[in-house]
Design a protein around this ligand. Structure first.
Ligand code: ARG
Length: 402
């Protein structure tokens, strides 16, 4: 069988390397491979390419999508203060629709109508890639060898040994890792016991807060229309700024996350992440947004942010609701301009100051000093209106219930 083409989302790891060989030998595919750079540290892109070529791939694509990822995906995570279930900054989740989009573009260009990935059926990534690819290209078939062919890790190792596929040392790592600019997910192994504290060997981007410097570090982040544009006065592209903050905040142990998470597959799982830049930036953004927006805007935006976060988490990125929500998010963020001062210290990141030409804080109104322009007497009438229904309800309930 020749002429059947497929595009494999290739990480260079054991599972997708075995798939590469398997798709050719057992299924007769001409295999094309795609590796997307979302800012993972320590990846050797040319080594991944040469490994793919050695394993017989027809053509390999390495796409550097860092800028697009930062500007079109991470930027909304920032503007929406995105923390799924109050904890997870979506570091893995928001990369998937971009990978799906790039894969579909390449498949269309190369006349390929089968896309293969190595996700398991238990996680969200399989859903995100499947939903993303099929939304953009209903005619493309998505193959999931781990799920459909039951290719387990130990089988992969056996298969690799039999076919001379180099088994990397990292296979001995007990964790399943996923990484991007926006953070790192660490799953499996000892972490499957939700009561066991994550071991130090799982963390890479963050130092143990106990070993972090004993002096706090102060940083200033400048925002323009909700997007961070400078650190300590130095302007940087968003990609560079995030990488820079990953280093600074990580060196203070900021950004370790350990929480119970509800996956879209109905599984409740214990997830750990390290997202130093994401936690620092979202903390700062949220504070500045609060300073420049009205109470009404903020209350409503929480609902919008949560909905946006859910769409991104659940792989519904290409549903039109996302862009509709973003229109609102952008509108509010037009005012999010200013500087936030943060203190990084032993695993903590606190806002200690903010300033903005757009701030709704007016010292003349807020001050407790005599010079205030706020007429305190106006609060008295307000109380009478405010209490009306509660007072009546309290009286009536008391009559009937006591
Ligand atoms: N639970 C996270 C998410 O759904 C992390 C997924 C990690 N992925 C991985 N291939 N290890 O986004």
């Amino acid at each position: 069988m020749t002429g059947k083409k497929c595009l494999l989302l290739y990480s260079g790891g054991l599972d997708t390397s075995c798939m590469l060989k398997w798709l050719q030998d057992e299924y007769g595919y001409d295999v094309y491979t795609l590796t997307v750079n979302l800012g993972q540290e320590e990846k050797d892109w040319s080594e991944i390419e040469s490994k793919a070529l050695k394993l017989g791939v027809k053509k390999h694509f390495t796409i550097d999508a860092q800028q697009e990822f930062a500007e079109k995906y991470v930027s909304y995570s920032i503007k929406a203060n995105s923390l799924y279930q109050g904890a997870y900054p979506l570091s893995t989740a928001i990369g998937r629709p971009l990978i799906a989009k790039i894969a579909v573009e390449i498949a269309n260009k190369e006349g390929i109508n089968v896309i293969v990935h190595g996700c398991t059926g238990k996680g969200n990534d399989n859903v995100r890639l499947g939903v993303g690819i099929k939304t953009l290209a209903p005619n493309i078939e998505v193959l999931t060898p781990v799920i459909t062919w039951g290719m387990s890790r130990s089988e992969s190792i056996k298969y690799a040994e039999k076919h001379g596929i180099p088994v990397p040392v990292t296979v001995s790592s007990p964790y399943s890792i996923d990484e991007s600019l926006w953070g790192r997910s660490i799953e499996c192994g000892i972490l499957e016991d939700p009561y066991a504290e994550p071991r130090e060997d799982g963390w890479k981007m963050t130092v143990n807060p106990a070993d972090a410097p004993s002096e706090p570090e102060y940083i200033e982040i400048e925002f323009e229309k909700g997007i961070p544009t400078a650190v300590n006065g130095e302007k940087m592209s968003l990609v560079k700024l995030i990488k820079h903050l990953n280093k600074i905040a990580g060196s203070h142990g900021v950004g370790r996350i350990d929480h119970m998470e509800d996956r879209v597959t109905g599984i409740k799982s214990r997830e750990t992440y390290e997202c130093p830049a994401a936690i620092t930036i979202i903390t700062a953004h949220k504070d500045l947004e609060k300073a420049v927006s009205t109470f009404q805007e903020l209350q409503f935006k929480q609902l919008v942010d949560e909905r946006w976060t859910y769409l991104a988490y659940a792989g519904l990125w290409f549903d039109p609701l996302r862009e509709a929500l973003e229109a609102f998010i952008d509108k509010v963020n037009l005012k999010v301009n200013g500087v936030v001062r943060l203190k990084l210290y032993k695993g903590h990141c606190h806002v200690v100051g903010r300033k903005s030409d757009w701030i709704l804080y007016d010292k003349n109104i807020a001050t407790y000093e005599e010079a205030s322009t706020f007429d305190q007497k106006s609060s008295l009438g307000y109380i009478n209106i405010m209490l009306q229904q509660s007072q009546l309800a309290y009286k009536i309930l008391k009559k009937h219930l006591t």
